[in-house]
Design a protein. Structure first.
Length: 564
């Protein structure tokens, strides 16, 4: 794998700490090889802690080899696509790395996907085998596709089979009505049977080829059917290496304890939790779903050191009564990604938890990586960090040309690097549209760069509001609204206006116990914070706001309401 070409005089290098190199330190290993390497380096270290049970690195490595052998008996190899439709449990790690070790391709499925989206992904991705567990929220959604789609086989795990007290966990889930009966069908096999072998799998060159397809990761998208981003073995392995290079002075190999509560199907979780964690010998504390109180208790009890989160998780933790009573001083890295982090939310969490929050930016198409905030450094307000080693970022004109904008000017953010996808699956047209003439990926984010190389994402190109001929960026308005003491969350969109073309409307949820502001009161509060062209013209107070599968605020549902 060749090193990326980034100009040595790029402005962000002057802001790098001395211990962070300009080029990423690439191991040259595929991700499943990284696990084997970690098993030899930390034979006594726990790789996973799930429901009280620990799996050591050698145990996990052997389970992945057994999964690979089991998948190969089902016909998995080069060109065969296997779906993962799972909660945050060891099944996901074993299944993901097992498919890759077998030479196959992973397709991640979200438990929150509607039936039509699941059907589209199965057909579009050419998924032949699906791995899931016996939860009512999952299994029934997949059994119906046997015989009605190209799906040929279901591998069904028992959600409790990796728990310390499996019988007690199963009884509790059964009493709660969360378990589903596994159908007696030749097309359905258990995860235990998949693993029932000696782990002697056939090695395929494709599983070690860093340029070969490893993962089809579907993008949520704002319109149309989801597209599959083709991530190679090299893309995701390099992403783990790039992150390791960027955080080498922060994260100690073989020592960290990671709270893994992000949805396992999301690229942020796959790279930052699973791959980066396993590469660095961390112990992953898996929670099947995010529960704010349980998360705080785990940080305190297990002395968690690393907590990757999204902004809505931080907001949920702030809502827990007595947050300051928890001992959270073990945390040395709390990273926020997946969505822009409002400055006000960042400051409130840092004050309440006495833990600094680092912001980074990345996308599905970039294997979750793009920017980072170095250790010992506080990003300027509103900045999402510096480019990670090996990544080149530039800002181009919003007029659709490839003209690069001068420092300080807004435009579309574009990225190049070894972590950037190969393209969109079966969508050469979309791939071509997403690339500049010199091979940079157009992110669709509106951003600017300061003189020190920090990047500021101010909005999405599709979310930008044209108000009386002026470009209005919803995030600017949202940042101002977040400063109001009554506001918990806010989304701003542009709604039709006969006079201005579009006008900003704010959708708001309230902090518990705080009074509800009127529109006039909110306008008075915002007047010194916004320009006249940015001022909201309408406002709605809601009990909750739409969110994506990973928990970040979503605007497409609000736009759909307005169009009705």
């Amino acid at each position: 794998m060749t090193k990326s070409v980034v100009a040595p005089d790029s402005p962000w290098f002057s802001s790098y700490p001395p211990e962070v190199p300009q080029q990423p330190e690439l191991t040259g290993l595929s991700v499943h090889q990284m696990l084997t390497d970690s098993a030899s380096r930390w034979p006594d270290r726990a790789a996973v802690n799930f429901m009280g049970r620990e799996l050591s690195y050698p145990e996990l490595d052997q389970l992945v080899s057994r999964a690979a052998a089991g998948f190969q008996k089902l016909g998995v190899g080069p060109g065969v696509h296997v779906g993962l439709y799972l909660p945050n449990s060891p099944h996901g790690i074993i299944g993901f790395l097992g498919v890759l070790r077998a030479g196959g391709v992973v397709v991640n499925y979200s438990p929150l996907d509607a039936e039509r989206i699941l059907e589209h992904k199965i057909g579009d991705s050419e998924t032949d085998i699906m791995v899931t567990v016996d939860l009512k929220a999952l299994l029934p959604n997949m059994t119906g596709f046997l015989g009605t789609s190209r799906l040929q086989k279901l591998v069904v795990g028992s959600v409790d089979e990796f728990a310390l007290q499996a019988d007690a966990v199963r009884s509790q889930l059964d009493q709660a009505g969360e378990l589903a009966a596994v159908p007696d069908d030749d097309r359905v096999m258990s995860f235990a049977d998949l693993l029932n072998n000696d782990g002697n799998y056939q090695r395929h060159a494709e599983a070690e080829d860093l340029d070969g397809l490893a993962v089809l990761q579907y993008t949520g998208g704002t319109t149309g059917a989801p597209k599959g981003a083709m991530l190679t073995h090299g893309n995701i392995a390099c992403a783990a290496d790039q992150l390791g290079t960027a955080l080498k002075s922060t994260v100690a190999s073989g020592e960290e304890r990671v709270l893994a509560v992000l949805p396992p199907f999301h690229i942020y979780s796959i790279v930052v939790n699973m791959l980066f964690g396993l590469r660095n010998g961390a112990t992953l504390y898996l929670h099947m779903k995010f529960d704010p109180k349980q998360a705080l208790e785990t940080v305190q009890r297990e002395k968690i050191t690393v907590f990757p989160a999204v902004p809505t998780m931080l907001s949920a933790l702030l809502a827990i009564p007595g947050l300051k009573e928890y001992e959270l001083d073990s945390l040395k890295l709390c990273n926020s990604g997946g969505a822009p982090l409002p400055v006000e939310l960042q400051q409130r969490f840092q004050d309440a938890a006495s833990c600094s929050v680092k912001e980074g930016w990345g996308m599905t198409e970039t294997a979750a990586l793009g920017t980072f905030t170095p250790e010992g450094m506080v990003s300027p307000d509103g900045a999402c960090g510096l480019p990670v080693p090996g990544v080149d970022l530039k800002i181009i004109d919003l007029d659709g040309s490839d003209r690069e904008m001068p420092q300080g000017e807004r435009g579309e953010l574009c990225i190049a690097g070894p972590n950037v996808m190969k393209g969109y699956w079966k969508r050469d047209d979309a791939t071509a549209e997403s690339m500049t003439a010199n091979g940079y990926f157009r992110t669709g984010d509106v951003a600017w760069m300061d003189e020190k190389g920090f990047f500021y994402i101010v909005d999405r190109t599709k979310d930008m509001i044209i108000c009386s001929g002026y470009n209005v960026y919803p995030r600017n308005i949202e940042e101002a609204v977040y400063e109001h003491p009554s506001v918990a969350e806010v989304s701003v969109i542009g709604v039709p206006d006969d006079y201005r073309g579009q006008s900003p409307r704010a959708y708001i949820t309230l902090q518990e116990g705080q009074p509800e502001p009127t529109l006039d009161e909110m306008k008075a509060f915002l007047k010194p914070r916004l320009g006249k062209h940015e001022m909201i013209h309408s406002m709605e107070i809601r009990d909750e706001l739409p969110k994506t599968q990973v928990g970040k605020l979503s605007k497409k549902e609000l736009y759909a309401e307005v169009r009705r």
